[in-house]
Design a protein around this ligand. Sequence first.
Ligand SMILES: O=C(O)C(=O)Cc1ccccc1
Length: 313
Amino acid sequence: MSPIGRYGFFGPSGTFTEMALQAWAPAAGAPWTAYASVPATLAAVRAGEVDAAMVPIENSVEGGVTATLDALAGDPPLVVVGEVLVPITFVLAAPAGVSLADVDRVGTHSHAWAQVRGWMHANLPHAAYVPTLSTASAPATLAAEGTALFDAAVCAPIAATDNGLSVLAEDIGDIRSAVTRFVLVSRPGELPAPTGADKTTVVLYQRSDHAGGLLELLEQFATRGINMTRLESRPTKDSMGSYCFSIDCEGHLLDERVGEALMGLKRVCADVRFLGSYARADAQPAVVAPLNADEDFAAARAWLEALRRGSRP
Ligand SMILES: O=C(O)C(=O)Cc1ccccc1
């Protein structure tokens, strides 16, 4: 893959997404552009304002980031070219002079609120939740406008410090080991090279709703010994009860078993949206079921081709 010049991210500065981009590209060459929402970030990639952008896709506590899953599958096509895992730590931050007892309204991103619900219930049971575009925009609003909209913010420790806020409580996440998975998204082009520890992301649209329909899709992975790492159903938005399936599996498009599975899916699905093959953040090599290695497929194909030529191998 050619080097990426211009990066975008779901900002502003101080979001967990910016931390993911810092982990991906520690020696930033060109300036990075922050966008206020996931759709705005992906629109900038589609429009060619940036070459690639970082967005959150999945959290170990709250699950899929639906804004990303839905916007990724839209048009014109986009692909994932990399992933980053970031451990998530939240603080409760407020302007100087505001104490815990003064906090009636808390501003933060919906995914952050979902991850501190238990702490809020135990410590601020009457606090109202005020949604903000990102975790970092909440402390930025407190710094710029004071407590007009909310009294405190749930954000990353760095976002509290950068906005000159006091930390009222540290490490308030209900699950201390929470991790968010971020993906680097680009316009389709050259594929990242296979590493042996890759993932492939697809969105599958069924031909019709019928008994065993989902099983038919899953069989395409199972019969080629491919392990799936994420499966989510999302409404197609066409009509009530109509769903597509967003799937991550182990392996790369250039692996024989993955290529064969995608051909199988193409036959049985109304549409298959390929959303990229990229190196796994944890570098865990793919587990390939016996007799599903590249050489097994190559030997079977050579045998068939020989038969078709009229020889008896
Ligand atoms: O708002 C942010 O900081 C983000 O990057 C999105 C997010 C929100 C909550 C947990 C992980 C990522």
